[in-house]
Design a protein around this ligand. Structure first.
Ligand SMILES: N[C@@H](CCC(=O)N[C@@H](CS)C(=O)NCC(=O)O)C(=O)O
Length: 328
C-alpha cells in the first residue's frame, strides 16, 4: 500500500507579504492600484450591464405600447441587395401577408429570437406571438382579414397543402443551397448584404464582419438540422429532382392564373412568395435560380414571383422602410 502524502502548497511569498502588510495597516501600493483597477472595471461593467438592461426594458415597454396601434414584426431585417426582400422565408411571408392585408407594421431587428428560438415573431396588442403561421392566424382573426374569403373548402385544403410543401420541403432545399452547396457565394454576396438581423443599431460596416463570422459558426448546426430532416442525406441528382418536383407542383397548380387561387392574391401567395423570392433573387448559381429564370416550364412561376414583388414591395430597392403604413 502506498502511504498517502499530503502536500501543502503555500501562496507565493509576495502575496503573504502583501497580506501581512495589509493587516499591519499599510498595504503595498501595487495592491492598492490593483484593487482600485479591479473595482473600477467591475463597477463600469456592472453599470453598463444595468444601463443596457434598463434600456432593453424601456424599449420593450415602448414596443408593447406601440403594438396597440401597429404590429411589431421581429424580423431578420434587410440590407442593401436588390431587390432586398429578406433572407428568411418565414419573415418575408409574414411581412408579405401584412402588406397584402394592409396591416400597419414596424420591423424590429433587435431583441433576439422568440421563446421558441426562431424568427419571426410579433408583438401585437401587448402580447408576444411566435411562428409566422400563428401570427397570420391571429391577425386574420383580430382584424377580420378577408383575403381568403370566398375560397371553397377544396381550395382551402389545396392552399394548406401548398403552404406545407413550401414550408416543409422547399424551405429545406433552399436552406441546403444557401448553407451548404452555395455557402461561399451566399455568405459573401447575398446574406451579408441582404440581412442585418441582430445587428440592431450597429453600423453595417461594424456588423458585417461579425455577421460573416456568425454565419460560419452557425453552419455546422444547420448542416446537422439538414441531416436530421433528411434533405441533407440526398446526393446532388436527388436534390435537384426534389427541387424540380416542388417547383413543378407550384407551376402546374398556378397554370395560367395570376395568383395561386385565382384572380386575386390570398394568404397562400404570401407563403409561396416568401420562398420563391429567395430562389429567384438570393441564391445565385443555384438550381432553383436556374429553373426559375432559364427554364421555360417555370416562366409563369417566375412572372408570378415578380408580380407579387411589384405588388407588395414596389419600393424594395435599395433600402425599404422599416415602417409600413398602408396606402389610404
Ligand atoms: N415555422 C416557423 C419557422 C421559423 C424558422 O425556421 N426561422 C428560421 C429562420 S428562416 C430561424 O429562426 N432559425 C434560427 C434557428 O433555428 O436557430 C415559422 O414559420 O415562423
Amino acid at each position: 500500500m502506498q502511504p498517502y502524502r499530503v502536500t501543502l502548497t503555500l501562496p507565493p511569498a509576495f502575496l503573504i507579504d502583501a497580506v501581512t502588510a495589509t493587516m499591519e495597516g499599510s498595504p503595498p501600493s501595487w495592491l492598492v492600484s490593483l484593487a482600485f483597477t479591479v473595482g473600477t472595471a467591475g463597477a463600469l461593467i456592472g453599470g453598463l450591464a444595468l444601463w443596457s438592461a434598463a434600456r432593453r426594458r424601456a424599449a420593450r415597454a415602448a414596443e408593447l405600447k406601440e403594438s396597440n396601434s401597429r404590429v411589431i414584426l421581429h424580423h431578420f431585417g434587410r440590407g442593401t441587395s436588390p431587390p432586398c426582400v429578406s433572407s428568411s422565408p418565414p419573415c418575408l411571408k409574414l411581412e408579405a401577408f401584412c402588406r397584402l392585408a394592409q396591416i400597419p407594421y414596424r420591423i424590429e431587428t433587435r431583441g433576439g429570437p422568440s421563446a421558441k428560438g426562431k424568427w419571426p415573431w410579433m408583438t401585437w396588442r401587448g402580447e408576444t406571438i411566435a411562428d409566422s403561421a400563428f401570427c397570420i392566424e391571429r391577425l386574420t382573426k383580430d382584424l377580420g382579414v378577408r383575403l381568403d374569403e370566398g375560397l371553397s373548402l377544396e381550395q382551402q385544403a389545396a392552399a394548406y397543402a401548398i403552404r406545407k410543401m413550401v414550408e416543409e420541403s422547399t424551405y429545406w432545399t433552399v436552406a441546403y443551397a444557401r448553407w451548404v452547396e452555395h455557402f461561399g457565394v451566399c455568405r459573401k454576396q447575398v446574406l451579408l448584404e441582404s440581412s442585418v438581423f441582430m445587428g440592431g443599431d450597429l453600423p453595417y460596416s461594424v456588423w458585417r464582419p461579425l455577421h460573416g463570422l456568425l454565419m460560419r459558426m452557425a453552419q455546422p448546426a444547420i448542416k446537422k438540422a439538414l441531416h436530421a430532416q433528411g434533405f441533407g442525406r440526398f446526393d446532388r441528382q436527388e436534390r435537384q429532382h426534389i427541387i424540380e418536383q416542388d417547383l413543378l407542383a407550384l407551376a402546374n397548380y398556378l397554370g395560367g392564373k395570376p395568383f395561386m387561387m385565382g384572380d386575386k392574391p390570398t394568404t397562400v401567395d404570401a407563403c409561396v412568395f416568401g420562398e420563391l423570392a429567395l430562389c429567384v433573387w438570393q441564391l445565385p448559381g443555384s438550381h432553383h435560380e436556374h429553373l426559375l429564370t432559364k427554364d421555360k416550364r417555370f416562366e409563369a412561376l417566375y412572372h408570378y414571383t415578380l408580380r407579387l414583388k411589384n405588388l407588395l414591395f414596389p419600393e424594395c430597392w435599395p433600402r425599404p422602410p422599416k415602417t409600413y403604413d398602408p396606402p389610404t
